[in-house]
Design a protein around this ligand. Sequence first.
Ligand code: NOJ
Ligand code: CA
Length: 686
Amino acid sequence: MSQFRSSFAAFLCLSFAFCSFQSLAKTVSATSPDGSLKVEVNDQGNSAHYRVMKGNEEVVANSQLGLVFAKLPEFVDGFKIKTHKTSNANSVWQQPWGERKQVVDHHNELLVTFSFQGEKSAVNRSKHEFSVRFRVFNDGIGFRYELPKLGDVDQVTIVDEQTEFRLNPESTSWWIPARGWNRYEFIYKKTPIKELDRVETPFTARLPSGTHISIHEAALVDYAAFSLDQRRDGVLKTDLYPWYDGTKVHAKLPMKSSWRTIQIGNKAVDLVNSSLILNLNEPNQLGDVSWVKPGKYIGIWWAMHLAEKTWGSGEKHGATTDETKRYIDFAARYGFDGVLVEGWNIGWDGDWFFNGDLFSFTQNYPDFDIKELAKYAKSKGVKLIGHHETSGAVTNYRNQMQDALDLYQKLGVEQIKTGYVADGGRIKRVDDKGIVRHEWHHGQFMVNEYLYNIKEAAKRKISINTHEPIKDTGLRRTYPNWISREGARGQEFNAWGSPPNPPEHTVVLTYTRMLSGPMDFTPGIFDVAPKGLYEWNRVNTTVAKQLALYVVLYSPIQMAADLPRNYSKDLAAFQFIQDVPTDWEESIALDGEVGEYVVFARKERDGSDWYVGAITDVQGRKIELNTDFLDEGATYEAQIYQDGKDAHWKHNPYPVDVKRIKVNKNDKMMLHLAAGGGTAIRFKKL
Ligand code: NOJ
Ligand code: CA
């Protein structure tokens, strides 16, 4: 109704210069520090709205704000701007680990308080007010709801959020569906916005002007994640994930929502270079986190996905003492920090996907001597990486979590990969009355459950790599032991997915999923077609592209995912995986287009080498690389790993040429990427 009123008022205003209704509306605004972006906030139609401008371009047209409650009247109609306050901030903070060390947080803030000034009702509404805090950066905006105590009311149940993002419906967008059974693990689609239905975030779009935007959220704590639901063409509305009973958020007052974010750039790579989401998170709450260690790992993992081994017990059991020792030896020989072992604990026999309640997190299978292996790993200077698959039975995990974490701590395990394999909406919890409830991975209950695990792990100096996670919203800033997560289709789909990831998958991920934070994609498959070139399940890239992914898909922990025997066959190419760091001083996305290609340059943390990763979709490409990011006055040996002669993702994925040339910052290099290929370069400072 309010939408109709405000558009009707605007219509009167334009058509008849009759603006009495409109003129009653108040507008306040804030611009970005460089003046390029502007947020206008108004109470058109007695209702909270905002609009985002980039110069003269309307990026987000006047869009509704508001909250709907279970037991209170809606905070939508009848609200007018009561006060507004502006402020600004300009600081630099450091990441303990990350894609860059220094992060600049430069923004202007506008805090707008709306109070109820509508018609009298039976309910006393004199104390009904809410604020929206906007932060305007040079690379986009963020805003969140803030609710004070409302008179006597000190808790609320939110049943809907009315936040809209009104976008040009003809914009090109890249998206995965929301509320699907496979959570975030879908193949991205590219369509005009008007053709989508309900989508997950980060949601990336290119407006007809060429401006790129991405909608997501930051600092998601004790609130429900949202997806975007298209109403009228181009009108995307936040759709909060519900609890089992349909309510969305239960909150004590005062409360604040997570930040709604809109990253905005002229070019696709501007989105990738933005630190807006991290900037909207709270600083590190864990104090000294020198125990959180980036690094590289191998694991008893791909063999199970290829069905050479099993998680469960029996002849093909993967996690045996002997097999784990072989992996530890390989890790020690080639400089890996850790060995992940999946399937070591009781509970995998039968259909583990549906048997989460059977998992023990402390009892090992008899052929896996966990104490002996912890000792063996230590003697070789390698860490065992723990694994907790819950299959979504989170109460079973919660009941054992303290013991499970204590056990790993005692054994010197510093990192655990967790897993929440369960269909969307099928997380199983048992409430305090003993009743089974099914929840979404992205609802408020699980938002809190994932974070509980992170905090409990932090108490024991353990870092967590969450699979089937809640989407990343930058909480690694506040909890740096949340070291990585999955949250999209990873490499595993290439072993058994129907279909496997298409060649363009990773050049879409770069501009979508990766905007939210690190991903444990697990690159580095050398035997890209173990069942034959034309089989359904294979890796749809060249081997050189697998190398480039270590630079492109940022994660402070990177797996060398293939079987050791496949690396032993190609030690020349394997050298790049051994050399590439996982912690960076600086990262720059130099060039690219969503779903087509990307070129990254990253400088190693506490070192002097630079690395470049370039990857492409099905198009082969020549890309000119300007090396002006290199240090002034220095000479480098460029160790280039590129697609060999006639390489092609489908017909000829294996050839990798390794060559070395001398370069400095004034040089230009021509990169030759095969169809579905890539180039990886180490610039070793001489
Ligand atoms: C799904 C995870 O993404 C994968 O890496 C893991 O191997 C399986 N679950 C088993 O936990
Ligand atoms: Ca997964």
